[in-house]
Structure formats: C-alpha cells, structure tokens
Design a protein around this ligand. Structure first.
Ligand code: SAM
Length: 274
C-alpha cells in the first residue's frame, strides 16, 4: 500500500468525523515522521507493514471518537507545542483570547492560575513575557505532572510552577494577577456533550448546577490573594458574561466582557478595588 491509497482508506473510515482529510493527513505525517509538504509530494511512497499497522490503529481510534490531540499525545496552543493526556483538557483556541487579554494588560509581576490542566495558560504567558512568573494549581495530580512536563518542554520551568491543590489551598502569597479557565458547564448539561468532549475529564468540565460554582468561590476569595488594583481574568461560557460580571462588581472595577474570534462572550476581567 502506498501513501495515497492509505490516505484514501483513512478518509473513508473517518466519514463520521468533522475533518476527515486533515485528521488522516495528521496521522500519516505522524507515522511517516514527515511534515505536510513532504506528505503531499510522497503519494507513491510505500508503507512498510509496521507503518501500515500503526496508521490503521490511529485511524480506528479516531473513528471511535477519540480526539486527535489524545491520539497524537500533543497539540498546539499560542503557537507552542503541548503534551496532552486524558488527564487534561485539550487546550482550546478560545482560551487564546484569555491569554492574549492578560498579556495585553499585565506587563510584569506574579500571576496565579487556578486549574492548570495542561499548563497552557501560564506557560504561554511566561513564554511571551519574561517579566511574569506564574504559580498554578490543579486538584488533579496527573494534570500537574503533564503541566510540569510542558513547562520543561517550553523552557519556562523556572517561571511557571505547578502544584497539586484545590482552589487557593496552601496559597498564602499575594499575586498581581489571578487567571482561571475553570470548569463552567452546568452539571446536567455535561452528560449531553459531544462524545469527543466526554472523553475529557469531567473534573475539567463540571461547574455545578448553574455552571458558576468556581466563579463564585474564586471571586469571593480572590481579594485576599490579590494586590490592590490587581487583575482577575476568567474564561467564561458564551452565556455567562453578565452573570460573572455581576458576581465581580462588589470587589472589582473596570470590568470588561471580551469576545472570542467567533464573536461570543469569552472573557470577563476586572481590577481589585483599592
Ligand atoms: C476547564 S479546565 C482548564 C485547564 C487549562 N487551564 C486550560 O485552559 O486548558 C479546568 C481545570 O480545573 C481543574 N480543577 C477542577 N476542580 C478543581 C479544584 N477544586 N481546584 C483546582 N483545580 C480544579 C481541573 O482538573 C481542570 O484541569
């Protein structure tokens, strides 16, 4: 079997997924250890039996609904490469809106992130601004291990540190910025999510009955961990902007709701009142 035939086979098998051509090409690049350009000019190259078997296995996993990032064990975020395992949420392009908002507004200092997952938020911030040092916490020890690996992979382990702890536990320092993309899906919506999303950890998704449990807890405790005038920035669900802003208005000022590239509310941020 040559590459062209294998690609055709893969695309046919992946008829039920959103991007069969792209996914099949990514698997082939992975198995043949080549980039997309090389792949496109190598249609007549034969696969040996090990390559063919490996390719078919990847395609089958995808056909069963496993996300591409889990199959390949990595994905891209903010133009950086991150390891991902089933212990962590797959970094979403939407979350780049939060990272960019923080990078634009927070020039230097100490940042605390709540809910590390892969570590994509503090690692990107530390990578793009050398004047920021980040501490991040996640209740999942498996997620913490992935995030530590990612900080090393991206050369920021000295400025992006990770601990396993629940929200604010063991945090006694004062930070200049607190950022979080917490679990924000309503509990009874979680079981109705797409099969692919349900392969991700429920711990990363479930935000309680109205999806706002983490916002309430973080907003009420943030003032004692934040400098006066410090920035609090959240990723939110598309329909949570007004409710999260309302939760912030007693202790925070200059509150903004920012939209993502799809034009949906995606970030709420504000500054601790002096
Ligand atoms: C929506 S994910 C965000 C992951 C990552 N920051 C990102 O943006 O891709 C939320 C994260 O919060 C973590 N988490 C859930 N409950 C927590 C808690 N009580 N304390 C700390 N982290 C928690 C989950 O394990 C998960 O990694």
């Amino acid at each position: 079997m040559v590459i062209r035939e294998a690609l055709k086979y893969g695309i046919e098998q992946l008829g039920g997924v959103q991007t069969p051509v792209l996914d099949t090409q990514l698997f082939m690049c992975h198995v043949m250890k080549m980039d997309k350009l090389k792949l496109l000019i190598s249609g007549d190259m034969p696969l040996n039996s090990r390559e063919k078997e490996a390719f078919i296995k990847l395609v089958m996993r995808r056909a069963e609904g496993e996300p591409v990032a889990y199959i390949l064990g990595e994905c891209e975020f903010m133009s950086l490469d991150f390891y991902v395992t089933k212990a962590v949420l797959i970094p979403r392009p939407d979350t780049e809106t939060l990272v960019e908002a923080v990078l634009e507004r927070f020039p230097k200092g100490k940042l605390l992130e709540i809910g590390s997952g892969s570590g994509c938020i503090p690692i990107s911030i530390a990578h793009y601004n050398k004047n920021i040092s980040c501490m991040s916490m996640d209740i999942s020890a498996d997620a913490t291990a992935v995030a530590i690996g990612n900080a090393q992979r991206n050369g920021v382990a000295d400025r992006a540190q990770f601990i396993t702890a629940s929200v604010f536990d063991g945090i006694d320092g004062i930070y200049d910025c607190i950022v979080s993309n917490p679990p924000y899906i309503e509990s009874d919506v979680v079981p109705t999510l797409q099969t692919e999303v349900l392969k991700e950890p429920v711990l990363a998704l479930d935000g309680g009955d109205d999806g706002l449990d983490f916002y309430r807890y973080i907003i009420s405790n943030a003032p004692s961990h934040l400098t006066k005038g410090g920035l609090l920035a959240f990723e939110i669900g598309y329909n949570q902007g007004q409710r999260v802003s309302d939760l912030m208005k007693d202790d925070f000022e200059r509150i903004e709701i920012l939209k993502d590239l799809a034009g949906l509310d995606r970030v709420v941020l504000g500054y601790a009142k002096g």
